[in-house]
Design a binder for this molecule. Structure first.
Ligand SMILES: O=P(O)(O)OC[C@H]1O[C@H](OP(=O)(O)OP(=O)(O)O)[C@H](O)[C@@H]1O
Length: 180
């Protein structure tokens, strides 16, 4: 079963003095060919009936997971980059700053305007959701661009059920199943 393999191959990493919260390491998922094939279809399954037209995901891990989900749906993929990594030009970019995330850090995420706009039905994809801070920034970008958010497909849900419901998050595995 996929969720059992995801649990088996998942690792938490201690980020050191940067944060008290462990950080996910999903590199084991990319190394396993059967998991790699199964991840995209499994992530999008709860959202198929809502007919997303595009997948949006944040750097860095979302850039790996997002295209798997987009390929499974047969739709395009939009990357959201973090401020300061030099990947987005000045202008023609919509930015949003997150509330404090699991590290207590506010993250500015940006999307090229030409890649997202009215009529888009957006499925957000990420590897895990903790405080939902980065999701809130992505949802704000979609609202600013006139695009509709369908919800978020995540591999690991590491947040209370009320928050998952509010942000329309569907996860493949609950963090409670993961060994610290
Ligand atoms: O729910 P939150 O508190 O917002 O935390 C979850 C976010 O944090 C991690 O990203 P990170 O910034 O560590 O980037 P990464 O993909 O490079 O690990 C993870 O990939 C999510 O995007």
């Amino acid at each position: 079963m996929l969720s059992e393999r995801l649990v088996e191959l998942f690792r938490w990493v201690d980020p050191g003095p940067e944060s008290d919260h462990l950080v996910s390491d999903v590199s084991g998922w990319w190394r396993d060919p059967e998991v790699l094939v199964a991840l995209g279809p499994a992530l999008v399954a709860p959202f198929r009936s809502t007919r997303p037209t595009v997948v949006l995901a944040p750097a860095v891990t979302g850039l790996l997971l997002g295209p798997l989900a987009a390929t499974a749906l047969g739709v395009g993929f939009v990357p959201a980059y973090k401020a300061g990594d030099g990947r987005l030009p000045a202008g023609a970019v919509t930015w949003a700053q997150s509330p404090p995330d699991f590290r207590g850090r506010r993250v500015a995420l940006g999307v090229r305007d030409r890649h997202l706009g009215p009529g888009d039905r957006v499925l957000v994809v990420d590897d895990w959701v903790a405080t939902g801070a980065q999701l809130r920034a992505l949802y704000e970008i979609c609202a600013d661009r006139g695009a509709e958010v369908i919800g978020t497909a995540t591999a690991v849900t590491d947040c209370p059920p009320e928050l998952a419901a509010e942000l329309r998050v569907h996860g493949l595995i609950d963090a409670a199943r993961l060994q610290a």
